[in-house]
Design a protein around this ligand. Structure first.
Ligand code: NAP
Length: 320
């Protein structure tokens, strides 16, 4: 059977999307109608069921990543999706129409839309046992966590400080640290104390005096530190970890680099995403997700922009 193509009875000519028409603040965000894209070589056209939202979407919308990150206006927000393959470009071997997949949208394409293009080499089948809601949150939160663990040198019993422990990446990082026998010390607001404790980490409240509270809670030398906040918080954290090569900030890699630390190299590949999904299937991590309908995309991004989300938000396009 031939794969359906845009304009065929199975795939409409146009789709609804939520994104931005130019760089700017929240005022440039909104719903818009756009042509359904056609898959080029090595691409999959996917009917999107779920899309993970992230702070990076706001950085892209604001223009802070202009010149580094491909944007084609109007651009849907969202950099991770799960959905069903509805058409294949040439050279997209290994995938079939009707298959459930998850991954990263292609360059210049956003995911918070009824359809999205995925590069076949940045997509993976949704494994049996994983929901589409779970799968949409794998590439960023779980994938980044896996890349951080591949970067750091850690052994059971080591102390691993996680700043921003109650957010999308931090909550998964705490879970994987505990699963690997580390002593995870999670820094978060008082409101997230129970959440962080529930991840198996030692919860330390953020705010004035937090560095001393971490030293007291660590119970020994800090082996590694992952920062998800940056700015003044990272500045205060710089001498917490004795080995600067074990200091990683994914919020502020430039500042981490000033003392010999770094960001983390991301692997946005089918193999890396499949490995990240296996962490859920194995029970090593169980990401905290909250599912919101497509109609509440604006409210979801307002919450993300405030910077205090618990876990991460997944938008479903199936409920409207
Ligand atoms: N390089 C990459 O590939 C990559 C990948 C993923 C994420 N990132 C970046 O990493 C950062 C975190 O991402 P995310 O998805 O985890 O964001 P998130 O879900 O918004 O989590 C950030 C967490 O930090 C907490 N926080 C805010 N101020 C804090 C403080 N002073 N001390 C301790 N915690 C504080 C927030 O809640 P509470 O204050 O209530 O605790 C929130 O839970 C973002 O800047 C994102 O863009 C980079």
């Amino acid at each position: 059977m031939d794969a359906p193509v845009p304009g065929s009875p199975l795939v409409p000519e146009t789709m609804r999307a939520y994104g931005f028409t130019r760089y700017g603040g929240p005022e440039v965000q909104g719903y818009f109608t756009a042509p359904v894209p056609s898959p080029g070589p090595g691409q999959l056209l996917v009917k999107v069921h779920t899309c993970g939202l992230n702070p990076a979407d706001i950085k892209v919308r604001s223009g802070r990543r202009a010149g580094v990150f491909d944007v084609v206006f109007p651009m849907a927000m969202g950099r991770e999706v799960a959905g069903t393959v509805v058409a294949l470009g040439t050279d997209a071997a290994g995938f079939t129409v009707g298959q459930a997949v998850f991954g990263s949208p292609s360059a210049g394409i956003g995911g918070l839309a009824e359809y999205a293009l995925l590069d076949a080499d940045a997509a993976a089948p949704v494994p049996s046992g994983l929901s589409l809601e779970q799968a949409a949150g794998v590439p960023v939160a779980v994938g980044t966590t896996l890349d951080v663990f591949d970067h750091l040198i850690l052994s059971p019993g080591d102390v691993f400080v996680v700043i921003g422990a109650g957010g999308g990446v931090g909550s998964v990082t705490c879970q994987l640290a505990v699963a690997r026998g580390l002593r995870a010390v999670g820094v978060a607001s008082a409101a997230k104390h129970d959440l962080v404790t529930g991840l198996g980490a030692v919860a330390v409240t953020s705010g004035e005096g937090w560095v001393e509270r971490v030293r007291a809670a660590a119970g020994g030398p800090v082996t590694a530190l992952l920062d998800m906040v940056g700015g003044e918080v990272l500045h205060e954290a710089l001498d917490l970890c004795g080995d600067e090569t074990q200091l990683v900030s994914i919020a502020d890699p430039v500042q981490a680099g000033t003392v010999g630390g770094s960001g983390v190299a991301r692997r946005r590949t089918s193999e890396a995403y499949a490995a990240a999904a296996r962490l859920l299937l194995d029970g090593a991590v169980s990401p905290l997700i909250r599912v919101e309908p497509f109609s509440r995309a604006a409210e979801a991004y307002t919450e993300i922009e405030r910077g205090h989300v618990a876990g991460k938000i997944i938008v479903t396009l199936d409920e409207d």
